[in-house]
Design a protein around this ligand. Structure first.
Ligand SMILES: [Zn+2]
Length: 243
């Protein structure tokens, strides 16, 4: 019912914009959705659903291989982003040059519209420019809400399968199959919360991708766009930093 009301309001405002606004303003009312990289020979390794316990190890594996990753973080999903042992991992990933991006606050369907951008900017100083909606699901209401927050949507064109029952070996086979097709680019989906991904699939995929000549970059770099809307000093934790 709430959704219907919002959708009706959106349709009404969209109709008004259509009647009066320029094409540029119309485009800005709906976030752009990207599913593939656009810069040739680049692969984006992305990790959803963190921050979680394996994050530092994933960052270290990426660093050891000269690779960059992108983390679509939740505010409160498997762990609370403000927890004293989790917050530093978010900062660690950011400080090591990996991209931090939004995966919404609580990983609920995005029509509930709650966000984690504030937490990310408090912890890292960077205000994200990218969101991946939970389950990759979006409609015009989601695109409008993302655009209001200055976010573009980044989905994927390759799923390792690690959140839908694939074993690490199956995920590795999935990587092999895609690499053997020699695509110009790959925008991957992996999950930070899977130990098999962190410790088995990721090291393997990095070696295969590098051997195939790909550059392993952030989502922003594989799209030739900015990773953040703004960058400032991080905040100082206080009692309001809580889930
Ligand atoms: Zn997710």
């Amino acid at each position: 019912m709430l959704f219907n009301t919002l959708a009706t309001a959106l349709v009404a405002s969209g109709a008004a914009l259509f009647a009066s606004a320029s094409p540029i303003e119309s485009r800005q009312t709906l976030a752009t959705v990207f599913t593939s990289c656009t810069v040739a020979n680049r692969v984006a390794l992305t990790f959803d659903d963190g921050p979680y316990n394996y994050l530092n190890d994933i960052v270290n594996t990426l660093d050891a291989n000269g690779a960059k990753g992108t983390f679509f973080f939740n505010g409160n999903n498997w762990r609370c982003i403000y927890d004293s042992d989790i917050r530093p991992r978010v900062k660690y990933a950011y400080d090591h040059g990996h991209q931090v991006a939004s995966h919404t606050w609580a990983h609920k369907d995005l029509t509930t519209l709650s966000w984690d951008q504030k937490a990310l900017s408090r912890i890292t100083g960077a205000y994200p420019a990218w969101v991946r909606p939970p389950y990759g699901n979006y409609n015009n209401l989601v695109r409008q809400a993302a655009a209001t927050r200055g976010l573009s949507i980044a989905n994927w064109d390759f799923d390792s399968g690690d959140s839908s029952g694939a074993t690490p070996q199956q995920s590795k086979n999935n990587y092999d199959a895609r690499i053997n097709q020699h695509p110009s680019t790959i925008l991957t989906l992996n999950h930070e919360t899977q130990s098999g991904t962190a410790y088995d699939v990721l090291p393997y995929a990095i070696q295969r991708l590098k051997a195939a000549g790909y550059q392993l970059v952030t989502v922003a770099e594989c799209l030739g766009r900015a990773p953040y809307q703004s960058v400032a000093a991080p905040g100082t934790p206080d009692s309001s930093w809580t889930c």
